[in-house]
Design a protein around this ligand. Structure first.
Ligand code: PMP
Length: 396
């Protein structure tokens, strides 16, 4: 028999969420997560995946993944520190270090896991973390897990960061102070002011931590935001995910050898959770090698991103201040945003609505993620549908 207390808790809270329209019904995709997806038998132009370079369905990655399965099987078999470290994992980590311009790298099972692992392995209750208010949920959870004092600074506001860094330093209360930011902010597509952050970090001896989940493979001609600013040697932690532009799954920290050595003995998901599968490790390595050898996919991503942005802007939509291919279409009011996304869906475009509390109240948006795999025809069709629905709803 199940617990009455649990049943009451679940029933009340699920009903509450549903009543407020906050219960997210999950769409089931019946195809590969490519530029066109199938949901309930219907084909839709997909503008919601993080598969920026189209690598999730790349034939070259599929081939190395299949070969890895044939040679190594489907699972790594153990945690990394027992005997789950395959030579494929070592190759992946060496390739990631090369990619990020660092001495070493360590791979985790996901980007989310990586932030939980890395922050709490270094920071503790005697420390403080200065965190951009728009940082990703996994950064927030990683900070909480560390038990360090969390000090939020206003989004990309260097004056606020300097003021709070100075206060924290001068209080003499903390052993270590870290500043932590996304490289690219996923809801607006803006890029962190890394030179500004480094200047403040140097002034107050802050540990620097950049999660470039949405930048790697995208900014800096694919090399990411840290390299775009030429700061690989100045950032202590370079975090990335293998699930977005890289097209597979996993996360990583790239940094100095002593940092990576420490994470290998102190970060709990590395010690206590089985490593990514042979197929994942091999495919991710191949993807990073492709990224380092050619900017072709990256060029196409930006071309498509700029094309979609221009198209939506010319129609009169508010596309915000994105500096990357992420293209928000800001509608404002929450219900209208959800209705807009639903109408786009009915007409053949999959573009998810994002509303409060994920973004501030009154700034609801439909977020578009064009990829290198979209054709001009697909983007033209999407723009045509945006125009039709936008006019019908009186938004443009
Ligand atoms: N960090 C940031 C900044 C992200 O945007 C995301 C993805 N939503 C993650 C970490 C988590 O990455 P993953 O999906 O690999 O767990």
């Amino acid at each position: 028999m199940s617990s009455n207390t649990l049943d009451r808790f679940l029933t009340e809270n699920l009903e509450d969420l549903k009543g407020k329209g906050l219960y997210n019904e999950i769409d089931v995709v019946e195809s590969a997560n490519g530029p066109v997806i199938k949901i309930k038998g219907k084909e839709l132009i997909n503008l919601s995946s993080n598969n920026y370079l189209g690598l999730a369905t790349d034939e070259r990655l599929k081939e190395v993944a299949i070969n890895a399965i044939k040679e190594y099987g489907v699972g790594a078999g153990a945690v990394r520190t027992i005997n789950g470290t395959l030579d494929l994992h070592i190759k992946l980590e060496e390739t990631l270090a090369k990619f990020k311009g660092t001495e070493a790298a360590i791979a985790y099972q996901s980007g989310f896991n990586c932030n939980m692992a890395a922050i709490s392995a270094v920071m503790d209750k005697n420390d403080a973390i200065l965190s951009d208010e728009l940082n990703h949920a996994s950064i927030i959870d990683g900070c909480r897990l560390s038990k360090a004092k969390i000090i939020r600074f206003n989004h990309s506001d260097m004056d606020d960061l300097r003021k709070k860094a100075k206060e924290a330093k001068e209080s003499g209360q903390y052993n270590k102070i870290m500043v932590i930011t996304d490289g690219v902010f996923s809801m607006d597509g803006d890029i962190a002011n890394l030179p500004g952050i480094i200047e403040i970090a140097e002034e107050f001896d802050l540990i620097t931590y950049v999660d470039d989940a949405h930048g790697s493979g995208v900014t800096g001609k694919g090399a990411g935001t840290v390299k775009q600013f030429g700061l690989a040697e100045k950032i202590d932690f370079q975090i990335g995910t293998l699930s977005k532009a890289i097209g597979v799954v996993g996360g990583y920290v790239a940094g100095r050898k002593n940092l990576i050595d420490w994470l290998k003995v102190r970060s709990r998901p590395f010690l206590f959770s089985t490593a990514v599968t042979p197929a994942d490790a091999a495919a991710a390595t191949k993807a990073v090698e492709l990224l380092m050898s050619s900017t072709e996919l990256n060029d196409r991503l930006w071309e498509n991103g700029n094309y979609l942005k221009e198209g939506l802007k010319n129609l009169g939509f508010n596309i915000g201040n994105s500096e990357t291919p992420i293209t928000p279409c800001i509608i404002g009011e929450e219900k209208a945003t959800q209705e807009f996304s639903k109408r786009l869906y009915e007409e053949g475009v999959y573009a998810k609505s994002i509303v409060f509390p994920t973004v501030p109240q009154g700034t609801g948006r439909v977020r578009n993620m064009p990829t290198a795999a979209h054709t001009k025809e697909m983007l033209d069709k999407a723009i045509f549908i945006y125009e039709k629905v936008g006019k019908e709803m009186g938004l443009i």
